[in-house]
Design a binder for this molecule. Structure first.
Ligand SMILES: [Zn+2]
Length: 222
């Protein structure tokens, strides 16, 4: 973990020296796609308690911060975090925040927990009545995660979720089971967290470039 923190610090230093907006050939500075990354749980809500007593909230936060850092120099994507430390925010407030800042996409990051320690794999959730935009975003991120990590593919699933309040394509990624002895320990390593962050970002980037007409709170039906 100490090496992980050092790498994060170095990444942050390097990226602070690079411009945050891309100059295109025409000399116009274009607005980047605004993506809210929401590290689930936090503060008095630790989420699922996993193997070795790990808190889901801490894993969510570590991955969310890495997505943010990896996108700092991205000419296409701007990441805004709902939380960057261990604090409680009511779920609905996170979705309303994304609406307030007129985000183009909303991605919540969570870890799964189950009483059966054998449960494992990655799934991406969308709200029960979510539209095609959210489904496409979920399927794209899920494909990148499974392709990169080789984890068990639990697919895209529909559930009644707080992200229904987000007025833009919105998904909730379950990056693995903190309750599984193998997956739960992997999820605590910097290398694995970094690989997940890279895959989530790749999925967002692919969606943003191939479905740019589906972006934004003005056009999305959820
Ligand atoms: Zn959670």
């Amino acid at each position: 973990m100490k090496i992980g923190k050092l790498i994060v610090a170095v990444l942050l230093l390097v990226t602070l020296w690079t411009p945050l907006h891309s100059e295109q050939a025409d000399g116009i500075t274009h607005r980047r796609i605004r993506v809210v990354i929401d590290p689930g749980q936090g503060g008095r809500d630790p989420g699922a308690i996993g193997i070795d007593g790990v808190h889901e909230a801490d894993i969510n936060l570590a991955i969310g911060r890495l997505v943010f850092l990896k996108a700092l120099t991205d000419p296409l994507i701007e990441i805004i975090l709902t939380r960057s430390d261990d604090r409680f925010i009511a779920p609905i407030q996170r979705a309303l925040f994304a609406n307030e800042i007129r985000a183009d996409l909303f991605v919540s990051i969570h870890g799964n927990g189950f009483y059966n320690p054998q449960a494992h794999g990655i799934e991406t959730l969308i709200h029960t009545t979510a539209g095609q935009e959210s489904y496409l975003l979920a399927a794209t991120i899920q494909r990148h995660l499974i392709g990169s990590l080789g984890a068990r593919d639990r697919g895209v699933r529909r559930q009644f979720l707080f992200i229904r309040r987000a007025q833009m394509p919105a998904v909730l990624v379950e990056v693995g089971f903190v309750s599984n002895p193998v997956e739960g320990r992997l999820l605590q390593t910097f290398a694995h967290q970094s690989q997940i962050a890279t895959a989530i970002l790749a999925g967002i980037r692919e969606f943003a470039t191939t479905h740019s007409h589906l972006l934004g709170s003005a056009t999305a039906t959820r």
